[in-house]
Design a protein around this ligand. Structure first.
Ligand code: 5AD
Ligand code: SF4
Length: 475
């Protein structure tokens, strides 16, 4: 009875996360902090005592979705004035007071550098203290003040239920970004680049292993720019961190995202080649295949340099899978520029590419320097054309994998609804290969979290379909 009452007395937190993996990790930390304040997570927004959105500002579309969600929450708040509504993350940092103007029922606005203050701010709001706002201040030169303090006080305590699966987790190895690509809002909302100490990273890896995690993804906006002096007096680079994490007993696989092309150094490539626990999949966004556009984007490399980096990567790591991001319709991108991007995608043979229509972001260099001059219809057309080309290439390259055998880390039941004819009985599972290719196959749900050998029988552009080689005994 007492237990029932205690359960009822727990307050409910509805926490919705959009955007990148960094946000998913931030949400894990916020949820854990609020759990120790007596909050438990709920999927039911109507039952919540606090409704939080952890937001993304990279494109306008992501922001629009949050404003419409806030519009829906307004009704809940008018029914239940005690409901606390919070906007966390990049939009909070970027729009600040603007959010309270557009959505006056919001109680908390907390930027990504201030998330450790959420419990204190929420308590103040709940005790009738009015609105709470915590954002990092801008320096004179427009860059953000250091957010190192919030960063180091981050409690390594996490909310495991928000992880992709119980045996996969993220570790942040660096925060912020110093590259200042002209289209990108990240440096102005996430602040300057700061690498974490190798000791903190390895302690967190050990804590995750103790919780049953077997696959770790190291996160950073430009993860391969990582550099930090350790207590041993050595300067650690990403290759050193990858090596140490993959060598942690209990860790089977380490992945790392996202890479900046200029920082793809040989020591990193050799680490991926030499250590069997490191994923042979490298995400290294090109953004455009046209030198004029790359210059306008201030990406600091030419197409020839990007091509050279790809060749070096493939030469060093046989069988590596490379993926990319592209922005189409950037200011001044004409048909000839776009064709150059098509040609890069044609020759680079990426495993996959994420393609985005340019979205002008207030406060960025591109927004103040260049007109957003490619019409929306044209952006859409280029997006579709590039996607069709990438899909054709992904399919062709996947077809070459039919008949090959891969060790697959089983993640769980397949979310895909496409069931192949003739499959009966067993559960349809999904997992990933070391090159981060998705494999769907029949098996036993007790295999989740284990490696199984799967032979590819059929493919689509995004999925391999296979059969488990030798019957695997459930653990
Ligand atoms: N418009 C469209 N796409 C963008 N990206 C970053 N900023 C913008 C923008 N203003 C894309 C880049 C980046 C990915 C995370 O988002 O391709 O690599
Ligand atoms: Fe944005 Fe460029 Fe930094 Fe990536 S490298 S986060 S695109 S500024």
């Amino acid at each position: 009875m007492a237990e029932e009452l205690a359960a009822e007395a727990r307050k409910k937190l509805y926490l919705e996360t959009v955007g990148c993996q960094m946000n998913m990790l931030d949400s894990e930390i916020v949820a854990a902090k609020l759990r120790s304040e007596g909050y438990e997570l709920t999927d039911d927004v109507e039952a919540a005592d606090a409704v939080f959105y952890n937001t993304c500002s990279v494109r306008q579309h992501a922001e629009d979705k949050i404003y419409s969600a806030l519009g829906r929450v307004r009704k809940l708040k008018s029914r239940n004035p005690d409901l606390a509504v919070g906007v966390l993350g990049c939009m909070a940092q970027k729009d600040q007071a603007e959010i309270l103007k557009r959505a006056p029922h919001v109680d908390l606005v907390v930027g990504p550098g201030q998330l450790d203050r959420v419990p204190e701010l929420l308590a103040a709001v709940k005790s009738g203290g009015g609105k709470a706002m915590a954002v990092s201040k801008a320096r004179r030169d427009g860059t953000l003040e250091s957010i190192a303090q919030s960063f180091t006080v981050y409690d390594p305590d996490r909310e495991p239920s928000l992880r992709p699966t119980p045996f996969q987790a993220y570790i942040r190895v660096m925060m912020g970004c110093d590259k200042f690509c002209t289209y990108c809002v990240v440096p102005s909302v996430r602040g300057p680049e700061q690498s974490r100490s190798p000791e903190a990273i390895l302690t967190e890896a050990q804590m995750l292993v103790d919780q049953g995690v077997r696959e770790i993804t190291l996160l950073g906006q430009t993860v391969n720019s990582y550099e930090k002096k350790g207590q041993d007096g050595r300067t650690w680079r990403l290759s050193d961190v990858l090596n140490a994490v993959q060598g942690t007993p209990g860790i089977d696989r380490v992945r790392f995202v996202t890479n900046f092309p200029n920082d793809m150094t040989d020591d990193l490539l050799q680490a991926v080649r030499d250590f069997p626990g490191i994923s042979r999949s490298i995400h290294v966004p090109a953004q455009s295949g046209c030198d004029v556009i790359l210059k306008r984007m201030k990406r600091m490399y030419s197409v020839a340099q990007y091509d050279e980096m790809l060749a070096r990567t493939r030469e060093t790591i046989p069988g590596v899978a490379i993926s990319s991001d592209f922005i189409v319709g950037f200011c001044g991108e004409d048909e000839a520029s776009f064709e150059r991007t098509m040609r890069l995608v044609e020759r680079a043979r990426f495993k996959n590419s994420f393609i985005f229509k340019y979205s002008t972001r207030q406060g960025t260099k591109a927004d103040s320097l260049y007109p957003d001059d490619v019409p929306e219809d044209e952006k859409k057309r280029r997006n579709n054309a590039l996607l069709a080309l990438q899909t054709r290439i992904s399919l062709e390259d996947n077809e070459q994998l039919v008949g090959r055998r891969f060790d697959v880390l089983v993640e769980g039941p397949s979310r895909s609804t496409t069931r192949r004819e003739g499959w009966g009985g067993q559960e349809q599972l999904m997992g990933r290969t070391l090159c981060d290719r998705i494999m769907v196959f029949e098996g036993d749900e007790r295999w989740v979290g284990r490696f199984v050998p799967v032979r590819v029988e059929a493919v689509s552009a995004v999925t391999l379909f296979g059969r488990v080689e030798n019957p695997v005994e459930p653990a």
